[in-house]
Design a protein around this ligand. Sequence first.
Ligand code: SF4
Length: 341
Amino acid sequence: MKKKVKAIALLSGGLDSVLAIALLQAQGVQIIGLAIETGFCSLPKNTKTSPEGIEDIAKALNIPLRIENIHEDYWDTILNPKYGYGKHMNPCMDCHLHMVRVAAEVMKEENADLVVSGEVLGQRPKSQLAHQMKIILQESGIEGRLLRPLSALCLEATIPELEGKIDRSALKGFRGRSRRPQLQLAKDLGVEHLAFAGGGNCYLTDAVFSARFRDLLKQFGKENFPREDVRLLRIGRHFRISPLAYLIVSRNEEEEGLLQPYRQRHLTFDLENIIGATAIGLGSFGEEERRTAAKILSRYSKAKAGEEVKVIMREEGESIKIPVKALPKDDVLPEKLRVGG
Ligand code: SF4
């Protein structure tokens, strides 16, 4: 019996990766789905009402799924992207390359014939232009074994196509930003119920997250960037108090809880005599910075403007009480120091 072609297919949960897989399945290619966790994306989660979770999608496609966590290695890709950043802190070219390299490793481990990606030529200006896709191909180390089924007819044929193991004429030649051909193909392949356009949610493309990331990079540099705190960039209101002092203030009770695990290794600010927010500080806070932090915290309390508020700063088992007059709600100071909206 003829051996089936076996492929490792990158599966983001977005429509294009689903289509690339379904298109190859239609011609009998055996697929192993590969979802990659960078630590900066949330893989689509399983929900009760729709099959948008990555595992549900793999199940619906009837393929096994491998999830690879590359968080540690990914730091070098973010901090030193050879091909630079997109509009925000998204190093899309380097990121794609990183993912294809991971897929190439999995391809070897699984004794597969090729790697499959749902990229569409010209769809994303930062990583899917023709020359960029060629660079990714060349630098991936698997030239001839990286297939993009949705744009295959606009690209050089892969080895399995040249060997006649994959029917090139059944692949597509999509290019450009229009989603219409993909939506039609989803209908034709009967996978429109899996057609969630977004896929994983990448924080690196988020303006607020990126502004905070850049700001902290300036303070700590690449070497000392507090990697273990990167999730904090998604929590609370952020303030640049001074070049060495950065403050994160909770917005609600839920965020207070989310800040909790970080309190042990950072200095903290809490209101003593009034209900309000809580904060943690990154960096070093001298007397002036402490007072500014306390004033900002007072703004997010129930205190009336001018009322005396006591803020307790705790650091390494020691605590200092900082009395301040509460800022009025419309004081310009918090907005002036705010990072990332
Ligand atoms: S959007 Fe995010 S996950 Fe996607 S390629 Fe760019 S950096 Fe990577």
